[in-house]
Each structure stands twice: as C-alpha cells, then as structure tokens.
Design a protein. Structure first.
Length: 139
C-alpha cells in the first residue's frame, strides 16, 4: 500500500465548498484510475500544508467519501481507498480519452477558453444523457 501523490487544488472563487472540491477531486482520481483500492490518501495535515485548508475540512471530505463506501479510515494509519470508480475505457491510454484530448486541442486552437469548453461539453452532455439510462451492453 502506497501513498499516492495526490494534491488537491482548491479554487476559492468557484463557489464550491473546499470539502466538496476535495470529494470531487478524489472521485475524479478514482474514476481515472489515479487511485485504486489499497492506496492511501494524503493526511489532513499534508492537505492543509499543500492546499491551505483547515484539516477539519479534509476530514469532513474524507468522512463523506467513507459514508459512500469509497474509502476507509484506519485509526493511527490513515485513510485508504476501498474501491475504484475507474472504467478501463476511460483510462489514460484509452481511444476515447485520446479523441477527447484531440478535440480539446482543436477547441483551444479555435480560441475557446476553459469556460467556453465547459459550457459546450455540459450542454451536449445534457442533451445526450437527459432522461436516459446507461446503454445496454451488447454481447
């Protein structure tokens, strides 16, 4: 079991509570396979030093992740990942990720700012996923 180098980036202007940003970033790391079962999350003290958040903020985030069954606190040892949210087709070497990266490059070259891309992706995602269930697997 190793401590993965996971640094939380807290955007104080986002309007999203710092603990919620920690939860979201941890889930993102779990989805991307950056973190996996058995990996240790940084201590609240380490997060406070690198992200300038109160240790209680980190502990609140970790408790929420624990309630969701994603991590577990081991007294005296730290907080460890219990389960992954990663899908192989979303990994760093997946064709879908590569296509998305290429699309992002084209959007940036076309002059799109980060916010423009977020709005565009969100609107298309809302159209495509509105009221739908996950696609059935065809075997």
């Amino acid at each position: 079991m190793a401590v993965r180098v996971l640094e939380f980036r807290i955007d104080r202007r986002s309007g999203v509570a710092a603990y919620q940003q920690i939860v979201q970033q941890t889930k993102q790391a779990l989805r991307l396979g950056v973190l996996g079962p058995g990996d240790q999350l940084p201590t609240a003290k380490a997060v406070a030093q690198t992200s300038a958040v109160n240790p209680n903020t980190t502990l609140k985030a970790y408790r929420e992740l624990e309630r969701e069954g994603l991590v577990e606190a081991r007294p005296g040892l730290g907080t460890f990942v219990r389960q992954s949210l990663a899908r192989p087709q979303a990994g760093a070497d997946s064709p879908l990720r590569s296509e998305l990266a290429n699309w992002m490059d084209r959007a940036r070259e076309a002059g799109f700012e980060r916010h423009d891309v977020t709005v565009l992706v969100t609107s298309v995602m809302e159209e495509r996923y509105a009221g739908t269930r996950p696609a059935a697997k065809h075997e």
